[in-house]
Design a binder for this molecule. Sequence first.
Ligand SMILES: [Zn+2]
Length: 248
Amino acid sequence: MTVHVSPAIIMRTWEFGESDLMVSFFTPEMGLLKGVAKGARKSRQRFANCLDLFCLSRLEYERKREGGLFSLHSGKLMQVFPGVRSGFSFLSLGSYMLELTEILFPAGVAARRMFALLHAALAGLDAEKQIDRLRILFEAKAMALGGYGFDLGRCCVCGRIYQGEGRAVFKPETGGIACLKCGQESIRTPGLGPAAIKLLHEMQSTSWDAAQAERLNTQAMSELKRVMKLHIEYRIGQRLKSAEFLAD
Ligand SMILES: [Zn+2]
């Protein structure tokens, strides 16, 4: 069987057997994988610090039989994101990012753009102080990459093109917006102003750096937070465990 060498983000680890470590890791070419690092808890030499949660490491791994676990041969640490561990809110958001990635991207499927996004988001979290904004940006991009982007171009009921003016309401069951003739603002269908809709469109469609440079206004942010929460709950159909630790 082929020996793979790939950059990988460490997503989870569990103690396994006497001295082994089970590791789930996210790679650009093969998505989420799971493998065993033999003896990793006894001797730290082969895997010096490279199997710590959130790290970017270059891993060498091989599958012994079809459908089985991978064996990790060795690893080299490429990037640590110490800021992710610098406080509870950072750690919570980092864990949430990993969990959302795991849910959106099934094991073994190539996920180059998601890998790049997760890497950029961890680097952002390492440096960033405005973590609310980072969270929304990550959510918008991850959902779009996972096939659950928001439909913002027209009213999802009457089909009228949204011209970028006036308020609209979000309809969770369609993942889109409706005009105020077709929907009313409520807790289940919260309103979005033009600034929030434009921002969301840009978050979904521009590069990470361009989207990060967008100016945010507080009202647009609070509208987006509400809508994003409903959208993720509706589409993913389960409450993310790590979301409980995030401030609303
Ligand atoms: Zn309408």
